[in-house]
Design a protein around this ligand. Structure first.
Ligand code: GAR
Length: 188
């Protein structure tokens, strides 16, 4: 049984997909902690409902990124975390976390990287008139959405409604994230 951590800032549908796969035995893992940088985010309630311990912090309550990342590293160390899954964690991972967990942090992003990096990937892709959208899972390094790609899945969409792209993409995200975590844990 592997211990994994999920980091999230928002709704938490990917968190739920991962934690459900653990609970159902689809993944030989448990989400030992959910880390959230947004007090009040919906994902905190989802963690409570699923019996997953949450560490919620307000970055503004710390003097620096180094300070809150040091605290996160302590928690990850205490839980024996083997893999960190960023799932809508809208914050750039800093040097403290990368130094301690580099090579063990993955992220899911709603575009076919290296196209459309950043926080508004879907909106930018729609504005560009993209016809083939996609999801990327990649290793996290010091660059924004820049680490080596682990998995990608594309889907066609000819319309111009970002909400619909989000909906179509999220269905793929939930499947692809669980499949990819499974593959990475099996390789360990
Ligand atoms: C996901 O669609 C994920 O791809 C995106 O945030 C969403 C979180 O949804 N991440 C990024 O844009 C990272 N740059 P969720 O809270 O429902 O899992």
């Amino acid at each position: 049984m592997h211990n994994i951590a999920v980091f999230a800032s928002g709704t938490g549908t990917n968190f739920v997909a991962i934690a459900s796969a653990c609970a159902a035995g689809v993944l030989d893992a448990r989400v030992a902690v959910m880390i959230c940088d947004k007090p009040g985010a919906a994902v905190i309630d989802r963690a409570g409902e699923m019996g997953v311990e949450a560490f919620v912090f307000d970055p503004h309550a710390y003097a620096s990124k180094v300070d809150y990342e040091k605290e996160i590293v302590k928690i990850l160390d205490a839980k024996g975390i083997e893999l960190v899954c960023l799932a809508g964690y809208m914050r750039i991972v800093g040097e403290t976390l990368l130094k301690a967990y580099g090579g063990k942090i993955i992220n899911i992003h709603p575009s076919l990287l290296p196209a459309f990096k950043g926080a508004h990937a879907v909106e930018q892709a729609v504005a560009y008139g993209v016809k083939v959208y996609g999801i990327t899972i990649h290793w996290v390094d010091e660059q924004l959405d820049g680490g080596k790609i682990i998995a990608q899945r594309a889907f066609p969409y000819e319309g111009s409604d970002p909400e619909e792209v989000h909906r179509l993409g999220q269905k793929i995200e939930h499947e692809l994230y669980v499949e990819t975590i499974n593959k990475l844990l099996c390789e360990r």
